[in-house]
Design a protein around this ligand. Structure first.
Ligand SMILES: Cc1cc2nc3c(=O)[nH]c(=O)nc-3n(C[C@H](O)[C@H](O)[C@H](O)COP(=O)(O)OP(=O)(O)OC[C@H]3O[C@@H](n4cnc5c(N)ncnc54)[C@H](O)[C@@H]3O)c2cc1C
Length: 519
């Protein structure tokens, strides 16, 4: 992904008209762009920050049907998501994994309830099931989860779901878009919509935040896939438009694996205040969350509230023999769910569903809001199908069901480098040819200098944060250690990307400010 070359595609033909312009480079927008480009449409995606800077790097990292939505009776949503779970595990095996979960149960009623519930979950997954659920007695539950509170424990229910690396999946989608001939640009903000005299949308006015240049870009169809920011785009279309998003914040804390000491994840289906809490092993750490706090404002860098952090730590502490404290936390991250609200009654939380909604405005703006990472492919297919129905673009068949992100043609020697997909061997080659690049960037992370160099050359990172938060997951795994690694990483980036010493100093200083939100 060469950003300058991709910008050139905007300038080559000033009169060029894209078939589809997608605003937003999270799971939804990247999925839509890939669906469109693989159907053969001329497709452009514009992201105002980095790919997955918003909600799409801040999920629980589950590829799941959603046991909770089943309990809420949204069976159709669960069936759809379980089907998509199967496709995502098949198509992106290098970024997803089959994860075992254990629900610790403390009453015989819960044993009955959750065993029956998860059998039903297995049934809904059908032939895409990832493994049967079953009850285990107390001895086996404790052997799987040695640090779970054992007083009163009756046993555990074991079940399987998918797990993934959200921002690396977003990068894989961006790369696939470019490989298929699409243009995806980060740090390109859409500031307004272009309209014809008849009031129909004819394109966007976008600003390259790196050069400051403005671009008037023409497109047959503009798709708003901006997550919690969707209403800003709606207001560009119609200043009187009613709110359609009900943002809800979810917080996670990341702990050392010494708090769980297990490869199995824990799911607490009903905490004291009726929420679900997960503790999931991830890259050698444990991700614990989440919360569900309605908010009135949206931001690209949401901040966890003290009561959300306390809730997670206190609840985890009730189930673990070694209760985690605030000073044990490696990272705290918050994300905003772009839940679809009822425009006539945006405050009605009962209306807020995890299901996505696709709408078409009178001027031709196609918007998609809500949904889940797991369902990104299906959401994209439905959006482009809807676009076809407008008659603006001709009908072509969706091909993403079998679109593989990984051919396994050059399997890496190191299992860890598998996350780089078909290109992992190039990183190994770099380390072999330049042994000094084989060193890790910090003793607490496995990431080597060769990875940083390779990412600079291939994955379009523009800032230190892009590298430490979303290309590698250093920020999310250990915010303080990532700041210690920052000077080494900034130096490598500056050399590779041709940035100055003052760029390095500025990036390190910005990064040190940023991590305060994460600790
Ligand atoms: C706490 C939490 C946990 C979750 N866990 C899971 C999970 O485990 N599994 C699962 O399947 N789903 C999960 N989800 C849901 C999932 O993460 C989201 O549904 C998904 O990431 C939303 O993606 P998006 O692309 O719609 O939004 P975003 O990722 O927010 O992307 C929207 C993008 O639009 C860009 N944008 C906005 N305005 C403009 C503009 N004017 N010009 C250009 N770009 C613009 C933004 O910068 C942003 O990057 C979770 C969500 C939360 C909040």
């Amino acid at each position: 992904m060469d950003r300058n070359r991709l910008i050139q595609t905007l300038m080559d033909e000033p009169q060029k008209q894209w078939d589809i312009i997608v605003i937003g480079g999270g799971a939804t927008g990247l999925g839509i762009a890939l669906d469109a480009v693989t159907r053969g449409y001329k497709t452009l995606l514009l992201e105002q920050s980095d790919f997955a800077k918003g909600t799409s790097s801040r999920s629980t990292k589950l590829v799941h049907g959603g046991v909770r939505y089943m309990a809420q009776g949204d069976i159709l949503l669960v069936i759809e998501a379980l089907h998509e779970r199967g496709l995502m595990l098949k198509n992106a095996p290098h970024l997803t994994a089959n994860q075992e979960f254990v629900i610790p149960v403390y009453t015989w009623w819960d044993v009955f309830l959750y065993t029956a519930g998860l059998k039903f979950y297995d049934l809904l997954a059908g032939r895409l099931s990832m493994g049967k659920s079953y009850f285990i007695n107390k001895r086996k539950a404790v052997s799987r989860l040695p640090l779970i509170r054992s007083e009163g424990l009756k046993g555990g229910i074991v079940y399987h779901d998918g797990q993934f690396d959200d921002s690396r999946m977003a990068v894989a989608l961006a790369i696939a878009n470019v490989e298929k001939g699409g243009t995806v640009l980060n740090y390109f903000r859409v500031g307004s919509l272009l309209k014809s005299e008849k009031g129909k949308i004819t394109g966007v006015l976008a600003n390259d935040l790196k050069s400051g240049n403005d671009y008037k870009i023409k497109g047959k169809l503009v798709i708003n896939a901006t997550g919690v920011f969707a209403d800003e785009i709606h207001r560009m279309d119609d200043p009187e438009s009613k709110p359609t998003i009900r943002p809800s914040q979810g917080v996670h804390v990341v702990l050392d694996n010494s708090f769980l000491q297990s490869g199995s994840a824990v799911m607490i289906p009903k905490t004291d205040d009726g929420r679900v809490l997960f503790a999931i092993p991830w890259y050698g750490k444990v991700v614990v969350g989440t919360t569900d706090t309605p908010l009135d404002t949206v931001s690209l860098e949401p901040r966890a509230l003290d009561q959300e952090i306390d809730f997670i730590l206190n609840t985890a502490g009730r189930y673990l023999t070694r209760p985690p404290k605030r000073e044990d936390v490696n990272c705290i991250f918050a994300g905003l769910r772009p839940l679809a609200a009822n425009p006539d009654n945006p405050e009605a939380t009962k209306e807020v569903s995890r299901r996505h909604k696709i709408t078409l405005s009178r001027s031709g703006l196609l918007s998609i809001i809500g949904g889940k990472w797991t369902s990104y492919r299906r959401m994209a297919e439905e959006t482009i199908d809807k676009a076809v129905k407008t008659g603006i673009i001709e009908k072509r068949k969706c091909v993403t069901r079998d679109f593989s992100f990984y051919s396994n043609g050059n399997p890496p020697v190191s299992e860890r480098l598998k996350i780089y997909g078909n290109h992992a061997f190039e990183i190994e080659k770099l380390s072999r040819e330049h042994p000094e690049l084989g060193e890790p960037v910090h003793k607490k992370f496995p990431y080597t200098k060769a990875e940083i160099v390779w990412i600079c050359r291939n994955e379009m990172p523009l800032t230190l944060e892009d590298m430490l938060a979303r290309r590698t997951r250093a920020l999310f795994l250990d915010a303080r250690a990532s700041a210690e690694a920052a000077p080494v990483v900034a130096d490598l980036m500056a050399k590779e990307l041709g940035f100055s010493k003052s760029w390095q100093e500025n990036e390190i200083s910005k990064y040190n400010d940023l991590i305060k939100i994460y600790i």
